[in-house]
Design a protein around this ligand. Structure first.
Ligand SMILES: [Zn+2]
Length: 433
């Protein structure tokens, strides 16, 4: 499988009031006018990972060649990292009315604006629902009250709207999704909630807000009863692709859409920089607990190429999350930072090389950091009596204490740079076998 290295990076910020973590909006546009725009909203319910890992993959691995795709993969990010439906209440019941003091006020107001943007033609709201929706009751999991494996519409049609034939479109999309199911019982069906007449709760929902404003919207529900995340993501992506097809939105992706490939992509967590350019961590193989991690005591900024990555502060520990998954905990050394160092000289297996501060460097047998006037070097996991700055020393893996390595394979070590007592950034050195 060809791997795609993306230029996307998501700077993460917080709200002044209300929610803590900010959602991302990724706008993929082909640049052609008069083409359709699909808006995909993921993670409105924080305990429904199929509904947010799928749009994360859309954001990272899809290129749009005709039409436009706008993606909000993590709308209820505070609830996602806690794996709860809605820590400030159910966000999907706040689209009819919302109190200005509600913690979700800012987010819901933003999303309403996005839905009403004249360029947006159709909105999808992604969920994992319980059971498997069927028109007739079979048992407690397969029945008309279930929500899983369904495309949800609020009514049959929106007269005079582009893509207003909701029932017909949902039917067509499902027919195509139902080819090549992982298991036959995973088939998708159209569920019409008849929201206007029958469903008071759904009248507060995101999709009904859109419908009331004459703009088509659907919910896609994979099943909570499907335990493999990659299966849910497979069905979500398959369905979203069919919607794009219906809307003449053309895309390319760097992988074949299969459950096995999705599993591989989900295992690649991406990278994290805290703060940007000074420290970089590859997240996929990070140890669950890392000590002596420098954190700027004045400001805290980070960025990731994965929009589901968040760093949560708890006293002097920083928890790195990928959606609802805890990747690692950093035990912080709070210190002042200094910006004066950008590149350093070093020897890798005896050969001269240069490295950018904040980069990951590979070597086989050894490395040696060249002295830098006025700076002190600390190789974490190395110590030698009487040595203050660990430069000019050829260091092999045998001289390093494995417990200080930051990756699970225990081959990657941090090298810290200091000016007086201020931290200037780090490089990470990985020994390749
Ligand atoms: Zn939901």
């Amino acid at each position: 499988m060809k791997k795609c290295y993306l230029a996307l990076s998501f700077l993460l910020s917080t709200y002044a009031f209300g929610a803590n973590l900010h959602y991302s909006l990724i706008q993929k546009e082909s640049g052609q006018k008069e083409e359709s725009t699909l808006l995909v909203i993921g993670g409105i319910h924080g305990d429904e990972p199929g509904g947010y890992f799928a749009p994360m993959l859309l954001a990272k691995y899809y290129t749009i060649v005709r039409g436009n795709l706008w993606i909000v993969p993590n709308v209820n990010f505070d609830s996602i990292v806690q794996n709860k439906r809605g820590i400030y209440g159910d966000m999907n019941r706040k689209f009819a009315t919302i109190d200005a003091k509600d913690k979700d006020f800012e987010i819901v107001t933003d999303i309403k604006k996005l839905i009403l943007d004249p360029r947006v033609d159709l909105t999808l709201n992604l969920h994992d629902g319980h059971g498997f929706y069927r028109t007739k009751t079979i048992d407690k999991n397969f029945n008309p009250k279930a929500w899983g494996q369904a495309t949800i519409i609020d009514q049959q049609t929106i007269p005079n709207a582009k893509y207003g034939n909701l029932a017909h479109i949902a039917q067509k999309v499902n027919q195509e999704t139902n080819i090549d199911l992982i298991e036959d019982v995973h088939e998708f069906n159209v569920k019409n909630t008849n929201t206007k007449d029958k469903d008071k709760a759904m009248q507060q929902s995101l999709t009904y807000f859109s419908i009331k404003n004459n703009k088509p919207a659907f919910a896609i529900e994979t099943s909570k009863n499907i335990t493999e995340l990659s299966h849910k993501v497979f069905y979500q992506l398959k369905t979203i692709e069919k919607f794009m097809h219906e809307m003449n939105i053309e895309f390319s992706r760097s992988f074949e859409l299969s459950e096995a490939n999705i599993q591989t992509l989900l295992a690649d967590v991406g990278s994290l920089e805290i703060p940007p350019t000074k420290i970089m961590l590859e997240l996929s193989n990070l140890k669950p607990y890392i000590r002596f991690f420098p954190i700027n005591k004045e400001t805290f900024h980070y960025k990731s190429d994965n929009p589901l990555v968040a760093v949560l502060k708890e006293k002097d520990e920083y928890k790195i999350m990928n959606g609802n998954k805890l990747i690692s905990t950093l035990k912080a050394d709070m210190m002042e930072f200094d910006d004066s160092l950008d590149e350093i000289n070093l020897l890798l297996d005896g050969e001269k090389a240069r490295a950018k501060i904040g980069s990951l460097i590979y070597t086989h047998k050894s490395f040696e950091i060249a002295p830098i006037q006025g700076y002190r070097i600390n190789v974490i996991g190395y110590s030698k009596e009487g040595v203050i700055s660990e430069d000019g020393i050829e260091i092999e893996p045998s001289a390093l204490m494995k417990s200080y390595a930051i990756d699970k394979q225990e081959r990657t070590y941090m090298v810290h740079f200091y000016k007086d007592k201020k931290f200037c950034g780090m490089i990470n050195i990985q020994f390749k076998p």
